[in-house]
Structure formats: structure tokens, C-alpha cells
Design a protein around this ligand. Structure first.
Ligand code: DAH
Length: 345
């Protein structure tokens, strides 16, 4: 009988919860008061047989401790809540849920690019976004009157510094120059970063975007090394079976120069609006580093040769995730950002 009562009250105590001072006081009176349940049970206990006393004694003590501990815990919580109320806060209100963020799709793709090239031994290098004319243009063999130096393409900051006009870099090729000036081959690096061009913002153009530059300089580096490296990169990023093709092109800092296309990632070469029904999409520019560039950076062009390449991360991301409007990348709308995942966290 007594055991049943204890079991029933134990369940009641365990289920009890309040932060209200009146309710808590009623609990205290009911269980712990001078005419309370615990007192009653102890009185009943006096009347039971000696055998029962032996088995019930421990249970009874535990029950008493449970009621006291419950009261102490709730009393402490109640004191905190009423202190909060005095200070004008309601601590019983539910908290605000933490929103879990998401990595930016450009950051996901940049990580994938870095990861793939790191398997080939490429390290990551960075350079400043505010550059001088030497690093952004002259050292890269741009002729004085080259149209890319025009006011409409470049955001100029200051005229006539020690190494020419100061501007926001228009490409990450400037980091090649900084790297080569700072040491001697071998160089094997990729250089991700933000670049700026004076363009009106639309779905397909932006005044800033992101590139990854690649540079490999050593003895006996050939165009075959360039092709194999980029072929490997494309298979890793877009899947095995993705085709590549090289078209002759022109860049002041490479000779010969090429542009690389891959088979369209959306239609697999069958033809779709993204590849303009050609089956191919251009993803990067590349070539053998022009000997003039090596010499400009203090590297012996008779002893060393190298290749370089540069790609836009937005373009690579577009081909992976089909994000057509460039403006989405800089709006930071979490509903957009949360849609993209990669195998790397
Ligand atoms: N800098 C070029 C651009 O912004 C991209 C590029 C082309 C980089 C060829 C290179 C290269 O290193 O070899 O369009």
C-alpha cells in the first residue's frame, strides 16, 4: 500500500514543472509542508511491520530527497525568472532559433578547384587587389596602347605611382608577376581572387568577379604538360568523359596562347541554349608564358619555360550549378545560397 502511494507520488513529482512562484509554493505545502504528504507517509511508516520497514526505509528516504531536490531546482529557476522580470525581461519566452548558414556557391567551387590542383602539387598564392600598372599590365607584356588599359575597363585609383598608375586589378595574372619576382623556379601555384572591371552590372556582366590563375614554371615545361594538367582538372571537376578542345587565341603574356572549351556540361554536346547549340563552352584562357614575361620578372627564359592559365570562377560555377544571373552571387540571399552543396564541406 505504502509502496503504491510512493510510486504514484514519485511520478507526480517527476512530471511537475513550473516557474510560477504560487504553483511552486503549493507544491511545497503539498509535499514538504508540516501537514504534507511526506509527513503523512512517514507517520504511516511508523505503523508497518519490521520486515516492511527494512525494505521500505530506503525507498522512503529516496522519495523525500526527490521531493526536496525538485523543490530546490524549481526554486532556483523561479528566482532567476523573477530577477529577469524585475529587470524587464521574460526568461520564460522561447529563444530565437539559430539559422544555420550555407557556403557561397563561388566558395564551394573555388575550394573544389584548389583541391583538384593541390593533388597535382599546386600551392595557393594570393596578391593585392589594388595593383600598379607594372604588375597588372607592363610586366605581363601589354603594349602601352593596349585597349585593356583603357579607362572604360579599368577602375583607376591614382595616377603615376612609382610603378605606374594604381588601379583595381583587372585579372589575377598580376599575382603571377608577384610570385615570379619574389623567387626562382620551380613555381607551381594557383591564385584565386577577386578582380574588377568597369562594366555596367547586368545578368551577364558585373563590375567585380572572381578568377583563378594557374602558373607552372620549371625546366622543360611544354604545351603537352599544359594540356594534360587542364585535361585532368576538367575530368575531376565535371566528370570523366568531359571532352576538351584548344583553340588558338591571343594574350600578351603567353605565346602561343589558346582558349580551352569543354563539351557542354548541360547537354553533353547535343546542343542547348547554354552552349548556343554548338555543344562546346569556353572555360579558360591559357598558353606558354611569354619569354618577355619571364625576363621582366628576373627569370632566365633560356633555362626555364612555363605555362599559365586563367579562368572565371563565376563561369565555372554557372556550368556546374546553372546559375544564369551573375547578380545573384553578390546579393547574399540565404534562400539562394542554401541550394548549393559540394562533396567538400
Ligand atoms: N588574364 C586573362 C583574363 O583575365 C585570363 C588568362 C588567359 C590568364 C591566359 C592566363 C593565361 O594566365 O595564360 O582574361
Amino acid at each position: 500500500m505504502l509502496q503504491d502511494k510512493i510510486t504514484q507520488y514519485t511520478a507526480e513529482i517527476n512530471a511537475f514543472h513550473t516557474a510560477n512562484a504560487d504553483e511552486l509554493e503549493q507544491f511545497r505545502i503539498k509535499f514538504l509542508g508540516t501537514k504534507g504528504i511526506i509527513k503523512d507517509i512517514f507517520d504511516e511508516f511508523k505503523a508497518v511491520s519490521p520486515e516492511e520497514k527494512r525494505s521500505l526505509g530506503k525507498v522512503l528516504n529516496e522519495f523525500k530527497q526527490l521531493a526536496e531536490a525538485k523543490y530546490q531546482d524549481l526554486k532556483e529557476a523561479e528566482t532567476e525568472v523573477s530577477a529577469g522580470k524585475d529587470a524587464g525581461m521574460d526568461l520564460t519566452l522561447p529563444g530565437e532559433a539559430f539559422e544555420v548558414g550555407a557556403r557561397h556557391p563561388l566558395a564551394l567551387v573555388r575550394r573544389e578547384i584548389v583541391d583538384i590542383f593541390s593533388k597535382l602539387g599546386f600551392v595557393v598564392a594570393e596578391g593585392p587587389e589594388i595593383e600598379d600598372d607594372w604588375h597588372n599590365f607592363s610586366a605581363l607584356n601589354f603594349p602601352e596602347e593596349h585597349p585593356a588599359r583603357d579607362m572604360q575597363d579599368t577602375f583607376f585609383i591614382k595616377k603615376g605611382g612609382e610603378k605606374g598608375d594604381i588601379a583595381l586589378r583587372t585579372h589575377t595574372s598580376s599575382v603571377q608577376v608577384r610570385m615570379m619576382e619574389a623567387g626562382q623556379p620551380p613555381f607551381r601555384a594557383i591564385m584565386p581572387g577577386r578582380v574588377y572591371r568597369n562594366e555596367a552590372i547586368s545578368a551577364r556582366a558585373h563590375c567585380f568577379f572572381h578568377q583563378v590563375e594557374g602558373l607552372y614554371v620549371d625546366e622543360n615545361v611544354s604545351f603537352a604538360d599544359l594540356k594534360q594538367t587542364l585535361f585532368y582538372f576538367v575530368q575531376e571537376l565535371y566528370g570523366e568523359g568531359t571532352k576538351v578542345r584548344f583553340r588558338p587565341s591571343y594574350f600578351p603574356f603567353t605565346e602561343p596562347s589558346a582558349e580551352m572549351d569543354i563539351s557542354c556540361t548541360i547537354c553533353k554536346g547535343a546542343g542547348c541554349p547554354l552552349c548556343k547549340y554548338s555543344g562546346w563552352v569556353e572555360i579558360l584562357g591559357c598558353g606558354m608564358v611569354d619569354p618577355n614575361v619571364l625576363e621582366n620578372c628576373g627569370i632566365d627564359s633560356k633555362k626555364y619555360s612555363g605555362f599559365a592559365f586563367g579562368m572565371g570562377i563565376e563561369r565555372i560555377t554557372n556550368l556546374k550549378f546553372e546559375i544564369k544571373d551573375l547578380r545573384l552571387f553578390s546579393e547574399n540571399d540565404s534562400r539562394f545560397l542554401k541550394q548549393y552543396k559540394s562533396s567538400l564541406i
